[in-house]
Design a binder for this molecule. Structure first.
Ligand code: AMP
Length: 288
């Protein structure tokens, strides 16, 4: 597996692969890899085929963090990540620096961003107003540098995947976007690099997100018909708030493709939630 640190080297490698007709699958990550990322890399390996190339990018993208967020303490472990990528059969690990990705940004000499203006509005976009601008910008840059035929994203970040699909379609990026299922801990907590922030007591309470998903499913299935969104939100909120360190950011029900908010919830409605447990903000989502 090659470690590619410079943008120039990455672009040259990508062009060489393109000219040779080699299929390239990309898995963008911020590192501190876990089994959720591993499942994306395995999927990329399958999609690329035996003669194709799998690139994992490892970059903690500063533009998707607000100044008040956890950029400086975001967990990092390059050696462990490199070993996992090797084990999963990646061909290249793209590991760029801030200085090359956003040259002169601190001096105001970086000024081009990609903005999606509809799907980014609710949920994560409402809570983190500059977040998706950073995500779409960095992913557009990765697409230009790596020229992937296929890119794998996790269903864990459902809204992000929808936004990136829209961006790729609107800006005519070549290549397909695949969304791969959420991988969970044994008790149901969605795997996340940020779970490392949780104290043992908070880790126990963090299961409240998965419990809310299960409870929503149970209610809808047992009623056998759709339920008004507002009453379901009230019921689920009460369950979450039983946890002393849990603070709800949002509970949202919506159409899985368009992200348009639902007024009633039935089988097939999508549910996403964000909850702060202590100082750690956790998100999850699932089909009801
Ligand atoms: P991150 O490193 O958290 O930015 O995530 C990189 C990619 O991995 C994104 O496409 C995420 O949606 C995906 N991902 C993160 N956690 C999981 C998980 N538990 N299961 C599946 N995919 C995940």
């Amino acid at each position: 597996m090659r470690i590619v640190a410079s943008l120039n080297a990455m672009q040259r490698l990508a062009l060489r692969w393109k000219r040779a007709g080699t299929r390239v699958a990309l898995v963008p990550t911020m590192g501190y890899l876990h089994e959720g990322h591993a499942s994306l890399i395995r999927r990329a390996r399958r999609e690329a085929g035996p003669r194709g190339k799998v690139v994992v990018s490892l970059y903690v993208n500063p533009t998707q963090f607000a100044p008040t967020e956890d950029l400086s303490r975001y967990p990092r472990d390059f050696l462990r990540d490199r070993a996992l990528c090797r084990r999963m059969g990646a061909d290249a690990l793209f590991f760029p620096s801030d200085a090359e990705m956003y040259p002169g940004r601190d001096q105001g000499r970086y000024s081009t961003y990609v903005v999606e203006e509809a799907l980014t509005r609710p949920m994560e976009g409402a809570s983190r107003p500059t977040h998706f601008r950073g995500v779409t910008t960095v992913v557009a840059k990765l697409f230009n540098l790596i020229l992937p035929d296929i890119s794998i994203f996790g269903a864990k970040d459902w809204q992000q995947a929808a936004v990136l699909r829209r961006m790729a379609a609107d800006l005519n990026f070549h290549g397909r976007i695949v969304v791969s299922p959420t991988i969970r801990e044994r008790d149901g907590l969605a795997m996340s690099s940020r779970n490392a922030y949780l104290t043992p007591a908070q880790r126990k309470q963090a299961i409240c997100l998965w419990n809310a998903i299960r409870e929503a499913r149970r209610i809808i299935r047992s009623r056998g018909r759709s339920v008004p969104c507002s009453s379901l939100v009230r019921t689920l909120s009460r369950g979450i708030e039983l946890n002393p360190e849990a603070k709800i950011d949002y509970l949202a029900f919506f159409d899985p493709e368009t992200l348009v908010p639902a007024t009633r919830v039935g089988v097939g409605t999508h549910f996403a939630l964000a909850v702060r447990v202590g100082t750690t903000r956790l998100i999850d989502n699932a089909r009801i």
